[in-house]
Ligand binder design. Structure first.
Ligand SMILES: [Zn+2]
Ligand SMILES: [Zn+2]
Length: 308
């Protein structure tokens, strides 16, 4: 098979479109897709400083490569931010990968730790969590969101770009339905912004399949992390991922259709009026219940450690 764009030797065929591409046209197509997504949803405005959330995994390192290619030498300065949750033996490797790539690309790199921000590492905090009915990932997610906001405002960025891809998007949409979190669907709107997210979030990879991001990473020499997070027990999400992949292999393109449908539903909830917010009595950030979700969990962790 020949590359549909340049006639070179084909290396990858998009099952959902039938298009065959050579290696270089494929990597270029990923950069182009991200560029189109950014402009379609007006994600990044001229002159804005962009913080790229770099976990050190292949997706976020790929995003950093793509954004560097799109914005190098332009008026939008980029800075990579990494959050060190404090998971011994896991995050260290990822932050090393992130450090190496940012040096290679000449991008400023800032790391902020849970310990420094909240007073405890994730390893320390999860001791408390074991007794509660809250998953490690949702617990960690609450703190990570706050840490990313904090890192972005320290480097004076007006927005944060994250590496969520099309698969992540559709999975999150379905998980919200399964958890009954319909009100949160609005958060998935590309244009969603409210006071609880002081820094705008954008997802330049949200229209790209996970498998294509992985192929891009492989083709462009982005390192793959060898260790996975020891706390990851995302039971339901893994089942949804497997199910979506099964559907896609039987019906190529179905993930694209589900993504479009999700966007339609989500835009309705993004327009729905927000519940009133009051400042958190501890940190002053907006909250719906007097204490924000970060401070609620912090209080519980602190009480538990005092009892020890
Ligand atoms: Zn080609
Ligand atoms: Zn608070």
């Amino acid at each position: 098979m020949k590359c549909a764009r340049c006639g070179g030797s084909g290396f990858y065929t998009r099952q959902y479109s039938g298009e065959t591409l050579c290696k270089s046209c494929f990597t270029q197509s990923i950069v182009e897709k991200a560029r189109r997504t950014i402009s379609r949803y007006r994600m990044i405005r001229p002159g804005e400083k962009v913080a790229v959330a770099v976990s050190g995994g292949k997706d976020s390192l790929s995003l950093l490569k793509v954004l560097t290619e799109l914005y190098a030498g332009r008026r939008n300065p980029l800075v990579a931010i990494s959050i060190d949750e404090g998971v011994a033996g896991y995050r260290d490797e990822a932050i090393e990968h992130a450090g190496r790539l940012t040096r290679e690309l000449g991008v400023q790199h800032v790391t902020l730790s849970y310990k420094e921000l909240f007073g405890f590492s994730l390893d320390e905090a999860l001791d408390w969590k074991e007794e509660r009915d809250v998953s490690s990932c949702s617990f960690c997610g609450v703190f990570r969101r706050r840490a990313i906001d904090e890192a972005a405002s320290r480097v004076q960025a007006s927005l944060v770009a994250t590496a969520h891809n099309l698969d992540d998007y559709v999975q999150t949409f379905m998980l919200n339905l399964m958890h009954g979190d319909v009100a949160r669907l609005g958060w998935l709107d590309p244009a969603y912004a409210d006071d609880s997210f002081p820094v705008r979030r954008v997802k330049p990879f949200m229209e790209i399949y996970e498998a294509e991001v992985a192929l891009f990473a492989y083709q462009t020499g982005v390192p793959f992390q060898s260790v996975s997070c020891p706390y990851m027990h995302e039971g339901l999400r893994s089942e949804v991922r497997d199910y979506l992949n099964l559907l896609e292999s039987n019906h190529p393109g179905i993930k694209n259709v589900m993504f479009r449908s999700s966007l339609d539903v989500v835009s309705h909830y993004a327009r729905a009026p927000e519940k009133g917010t009051v400042p958190c009595s501890r940190c002053g950030k907006p909250s719906s219940a007097g204490l924000c979700s970060v401070c609620r969990m912090k209080v519980a962790v602190e009480e538990h450690t005092r009892l020890l």
